[in-house]
Write a protein that binds this ligand. Structure first.
Ligand SMILES: Nc1ncnc2c1ncn2[C@@H]1O[C@H](COP(=O)(O)OP(=O)(O)O)[C@@H](O)[C@H]1O
Ligand SMILES: [Mg+2]
Length: 209
């Protein structure tokens, strides 16, 4: 059996991290080796970049081009240092966001040229695409409300965008899902946690047998 590379995508508060942890637990209960990681981050270098992108004062006023390149730098390191070696060793990888986030956030929502975003993504991932991508689809308002409830924490740089930005993100994801129906599985983020978990397991269990 080949190890699976699975990414979770969707707007803020849609339930990515919740479902990723549930799937990791389910796979581990069946004695599957699983590594959980996230973007940006997942390596020492990537976590520094994550801090720059989200919290560091140095990130204030960051232009869209810098943002694109920082995400790509974090991703390039994660692929080569963590994802590829572990997949090759037979370990499933569950990744909280991957390159589709860049296609949508930097391409669609920040409106950087699609061809440039695609080329930089390609350089970062070196041809490695997830086997499965779960898109938790939720109206932007609901996601933001959930993220606020969850937090109590102050918003990071990426979370303080206007509602229109998040609506563009949602639409952008749905377009990607339509383009690659084999890889993408759209789940209704407004369903219960248990329902979404079952739907995801239906897909994953078919891929691991
Ligand atoms: N299906 C769901 N229904 C209601 N609340 C949910 C659901 N999934 C997650 N939540 C809650 O919404 C918040 C955001 O979920 P989270 O998994 O952190 O989203 P994300 O990682 O996509 O930002 C958390 O407080 C979580 O407990
Ligand atoms: Mg999360």
């Amino acid at each position: 059996m080949r190890a699976l590379f699975i990414s979770f995508e969707g707007g803020e508060g849609c339930g990515k991290s919740t479902q990723l942890e549930l799937l990791a637990a389910q796979l581990r209960a069946l004695n599957h080796p699983v590594h959980v990681t996230r973007e940006p981050g997942g390596t020492a270098l990537g976590e520094r970049i994550r801090h720059l992108l989200k919290h560091d004062d140095a990130g204030r006023g960051m232009c869209a081009e810098s943002e694109l390149l920082l995400f790509a730098a974090s991703r390039a390191q994660l692929v080569r240092e963590v994802i590829l070696p572990r997949l090759n060793a037979g370990c499933h990888i569950l990744c909280d966001r991957f390159f589709d986030s860049t296609t949508v956030y930097q391409g669609v929502a920040r409106q950087l040229p699609t061809s440039v975003v695609a080329a930089i993504n390609e350089l970062a991932i070196g041809g490695l695409k997830p086997d499965l991508t779960f898109l938790c689809d939720l109206p932007a308002e609901m996601g933001i409300a959930r993220a606020r409830e969850r937090g109590g924490k102050s918003f990071d740089r990426m979370e303080t965008e206007a509602l229109a930005f998040y609506e563009a993100v949602r639409k952008g994801y749905l377009v990607l899902a339509e383009r690659e129906p084999e890889r993408f599985h759209v789940v209704d983020g407004a369903a219960t946690v248990a329902t979404i978990k079952e739907r995801i397991w239906d897909v994953v269990s078919q891929s691991i047998t």
